[in-house]
Design a protein around this ligand. Structure first.
Ligand SMILES: Nc1ncnc2c1ncn2[C@@H]1O[C@H](COP(=O)(O)OP(=O)(O)OP(=O)(O)O)[C@@H](O)[C@H]1O
Length: 308
């Protein structure tokens, strides 16, 4: 995979406070990269630096091989971005907004506008006034606006903010389509784990201005261990038995019994153990870890490391 956006030791200090601390990562063509972190972690600040809305204190960002510091124009010419709410004239139609925008940049043809409207699925409503649009439609119009000049990199800060589940699904599907069909590199930020899980190929987790992990979503979610739901009676006795026999295994009470994070090959032994202790086993179910489980694991691991 060919990388197109590269951050190297990017640092931002504002009024003596380090907001972003030596962040490095790269984003490849054709992938959706998610920038995930709690409020105040530094997502917007990093994105503002990537799109040139904010200067960099130290380190560098290159886009398409051009440094944002020394070749700003060339670097940002590859980028389409929605960082703040896109400006729209509500009393004009979606189409008129796009025509107006196209006039401001060179070389955008009527065919290009039509093709883009089609791509974001607004063809049926594009001649209606923007004030009649739902939030999701406005987001798509904003997306169309940034796609008009065929960017190779698309950057969206919290693109699903304020959308309902159907709107979220729509945006998600368009982004995946753009990455796949146009080989675009897409960077999105969010504080919602579940959304990132469905939208992204890779995610970078940012916490307190530091990038603490970058992983493929699949690897991130499906670590080596799996959680097993064990439907057992009596539950307390079963839990005690697991904790005694597998002191390093995370195990807790669950709705119908207990859940434990065990290697698969231990399951037959555990069942034998339960039966020997007259614990009734009604069922064993493998549950995939959610991104949220992993997120909590990763952030608490890193916190433990930084505490020493
Ligand atoms: N211009 C500024 N002056 C001082 N502090 C700032 C400035 N911009 C951002 N910060 C601080 O930097 C930190 C990171 O903010 P940032 O907006 O990047 O976080 P975020 O991850 O995007 O969070 P959110 O999801 O809440 O937008 C915060 O503590 C914020 O208060």
């Amino acid at each position: 995979m060919e990388s197109i956006v590269e951050l190297k030791d990017v640092t931002k200090v504002i009024k003596g406070r380090t907001i972003i601390d030596k962040i490095s990562f790269q984003v490849n063509k054709g992938e959706v990269f998610g920038f995930l972190g709690p409020n105040g972690a530094g997502k917007t600040t990093t994105i503002r630096m990537i799109v040139g809305l904010m200067g960099i204190t130290a380190g560098d960002i290159t886009i398409g091989g051009y440094s944002i510091k020394s070749k700003f124009e060339e670097a940002v010419s590859h980028v389409g971005a929605i960082v703040e709410n896109p400006e729209m004239y509500k009393f004009l139609s979606g189409y008129q907004n796009l025509v107006h925008y196209a006039r401001m940049s060179k070389g955008i043809t009527k065919e290009k506008i039509d093709e883009t409207v089609e791509l974001v699925g607004l063809t049926g409503r594009i001649h209606d006034k923007v004030k009649t649009y739902s939030l999701g439609m406005r987001q798509r119009l904003g997306l169309a606006q940034c796609l008009l000049h065929d960017p190779e990199v698309l950057i969206l800060d919290e693109p699903t903010n304020g959308l309902d589940p159907a709107g979220i699904r729509e945006i998600r599907d368009y982004l995946r389509l753009l990455a796949r069909e146009k080989n675009m590199a897409i960077i999105v930020s969010s504080h919602l784990l579940s959304e990132m899980e469905m939208m992204c190929d890779r995610i970078g987790i940012i916490q307190n201005g530091r990038l603490i992990d970058v992983q493929l979503v699949q690897e991130f979610v499906h670590g080596t261990e799996v959680i097993y739901e064990l439907e057992v009676i009596p539950r307390e006795k079963a839990l005690l038995l697991v904790l005694e026999n597998y002191p390093n295994v995370p195990a807790t009470r669950s709705r119908n019994g207990i859940s434990a994070e065990l290697p698969k090959e231990e399951i037959p032994n555990l069942v034998k153990l339960f039966v020997g202790e007259e614990i009734q086993v009604f069922g064993i179910k493998e549950v995939a870890k959610t991104l949220e489980d992993r997120f909590l694991e990763v952030t608490s691991e890193k916190e433990a490391i930084s505490r020493g």
